[in-house]
Design a protein around this ligand. Structure first.
Ligand code: ZN
Ligand code: ZN
Length: 419
């Protein structure tokens, strides 16, 4: 890698720490990827740059929960078949210790989407169940904005191969880095300033939608005719989050979405996926879900149908929606023309929905609601939060106004209103 690459890597790390987390002096930082077994050891060069930026920002301690993919494969090969609900509970406790004492959390999304293909689906789902159980208390803090957190994608070999299968092996990772730098505005003269301008633009979209207070949305596209109810007091949110203590942060890098929560009981109709979904080391592709009274009552998938079925069955609320997100088809990620097999990137290329939990902060005063109160207002609570992509250049979305009229929100995949 050349010296330009090193400079860009530093800029990327700086963006994660100063725009993503907005790490404050005195805040400890934990880097983790609990859902994937840890931060892959092969990305240590970037992790070191992030640690450098974090210490420069005044972090008293930066810690990392590492993983080695081969160790997980060894477990699947040799561990007793009835042991897949075992989990290193100390990792979850370690993360909680940092965030409950005022620290920040950086989640790393870096994995080979096909790593676990061919492994026993029952064992995979047992492992997922264990991960979700230990992730749950952390996700509760996320839903209440206890701490500043962000998610960052980092290329690894198996993933780069999946995105650029036609490039020679030696060029795939560099091509993925180049794409990532482009869509994360690293090539801009001042990436931090470019991000701030972008966040202001996104904020205007969410303000507009909040003023409208739509009662629901109607999605139409090939294979899709779906009505989603929005609860009273829902709040459209763009990248600009704030912790309960008032620290502004950006939860995803990159981010192009404006999102809120649906009333989990009010989804009706059928929606078809527009991009493959990488889930627990498998790919689910060309799938559709049919909802009645908020619940999936029928589903099919050309690829990964069994994995999709087990996702929907994780708990009773895994088959209900918890997030509605709007992203124009002209987003820079979509315009790259690439399929990323990585939800952080694919969800920012396309309108998406999430199965499972809703973020409590996406309803007015939500951070303070008890589980029962949130539930009563239509919020969904589940061990799952799985985003899936439904938007395309052929999607239209209408908003249902409180007076019963409808108006266009998106046409042919683009915003139907100018600001
Ligand atoms: Zn989203
Ligand atoms: Zn989501």
């Amino acid at each position: 890698m050349d010296s330009n690459f090193q400079t860009n890597l530093k800029k990327y790390a700086n963006l994660a720490v100063n725009v993503g987390l907005n790490l404050q002096p005195g805040q400890k930082l934990i880097m983790q990827a609990l859902k994937y077994g840890g931060v892959p050891i092969q990305i240590a060069p970037l992790v070191r740059e992030i640690a450098t930026s974090a210490y420069q920002a005044g972090a008293p301690l930066v810690d990392v929960l590492w993983r080695d993919d081969d160790l997980n494969l060894i477990r699947f090969k040799h561990a007793p078949r009835d042991s897949f609900e075992e989990f290193p509970a100390w990792q979850s406790k370690g993360i909680l210790e940092v965030i409950e004492n005022g620290g920040a959390m950086l989640s790393i999304s870096a994995f080979d989407p096909d790593l676990m293909a061919g492994q026993d689906p029952d064992l995979l789902s047992q492992q997922q169940t264990a991960i979700r159980k230990y992730w749950k208390p952390i996700s509760t803090h996320i839903g209440k904005n206890t701490m500043n957190w962000t998610v960052l994608s980092i290329p690894v070999a198996g993933w780069a191969r999946k995105v650029f299968p036609d490039l020679p092996a030696g060029e795939q990772e560099a091509a993925l880095w180049d794409t990532l730098f482009k869509i994360c505005r690293i090539y801009e003269e001042d990436p931090v300033a470019a991000w701030k301008a972008h966040l202001i633009k996104l904020g205007k979209r969410s303000e507009y939608l909040n003023q409208k207070a739509y009662q629901g949305l109607h999605y139409t596209a090939p294979g899709t005719d779906l009505r989603i109810g929005l609860p009273e007091g829902h709040v459209w949110i763009s990248a600009g989050f704030k912790t309960q203590s008032g620290i502004p942060f950006t939860a995803n890098i990159p981010t192009e979405e404006v999102f809120t929560l649906p009333d989990r009981r009010l989804t009706e109709g059928t929606v078809s996926s527009s991009r493959p979904l990488a889930y627990s080391g498998n790919v689910i592709n060309n799938f559709s879900l049919t909802f009645k009274e908020g619940k999936v009552v029928d589903f099919s998938a050309e690829q990964g149908e069994q994995v999709l079925g087990s996702l929907l069955k994780v708990d009773p609320n895994a088959s209900m929606l918890g997030e509605v997100a709007l992203v124009p088809n002209s987003s820079p990620i979509s315009q790259s023309g690439l399929l990323f097999y990585n939800t952080l990137l694919d969800e920012n290329a396309s309108c998406h929905l999430a199965l499972g939990s809703a973020y409590q902060f996406s309803i007015k005063g939500g951070e303070k609601l008890s589980t029962e109160e949130f539930n009563a207002r239509g919020g969904n609570i589940s061990l799952v939060h799985e985003d899936f992509m439904v938007g395309s250049g052929e999607m239209n979305i209408d908003g249902l106004l409180p007076d019963g009229n409808t108006e266009p929100v998106m046409r042919d995949g683009e915003w139907a209103f100018n600001l």
